[in-house]
Write a protein that binds this ligand. Sequence first.
Ligand code: GTB
Length: 213
Amino acid sequence: MTITITAFDRSPDGGRGLARDTRVRWALEEVAQPYDVRLVTFKAMKEPAHLAIHPFGQIPTYEEGGLALFETGAIVLHIAHRFAGLLPDDANARARAVAWMFAAVNTVEPPILELMTAKILENDKPWTKERLPLVLDRMRDRLKQLSTRLGDAEWLDGAFSAGDLMMVSVILRARASGVLDEFPNLAAYLARGEARPAYKRAFEAQRVVNTRP
Ligand code: GTB
């Protein structure tokens, strides 16, 4: 059955792989599933045809036969359940990997997004200068906790899993802040994720789209 995902017609990041279709592409590459991509403009994202698939008018979405999904956590979990390669066989280890997926989107991503919002969308506000250090500290605290838990391990819980895929995807967006340099084990974790052949294929696929003339 053909898998079709949606992505920005042209990502505002110019191909740096920070838009959320990259994590879905990466998951599909890890499980060796071919996929089609439907590119959508910002305008088309808010029109009825796309809203029927994504209630919040965003990308990415995932379609496969009669199934249409939104939310990257749900999409990557579906891919991980449907195809081998992203979740361990042992039931307890599988549950822990899913916990890391939720931790990525629910606990680690929010303070990272908060910093991006403060820097990009609220940059012109008079209170931003005062607020920014607080937001930065909240992100730093969360990354410190993650760094402590990861320690010297290669991945978060044994072998690479969908939990790592989501966590690496999330903390990638913290790199521009420079805070990851304070946690060499997290920077190395990120580098291990980016070094995976499946990640490289996913990154290249979105780069080609977002740097086309
Ligand atoms: N919780 C949802 C999920 O995980 O799927 C969030 C989806 C989401 O935020 N999608 C964004 C979107 O469609 C694209 S990824 N935004 C358009 C809109 O809301 O109108 C967020 C994103 C956008 C741009 C950059 N960038 O340029 O660096 C990075 C990430």
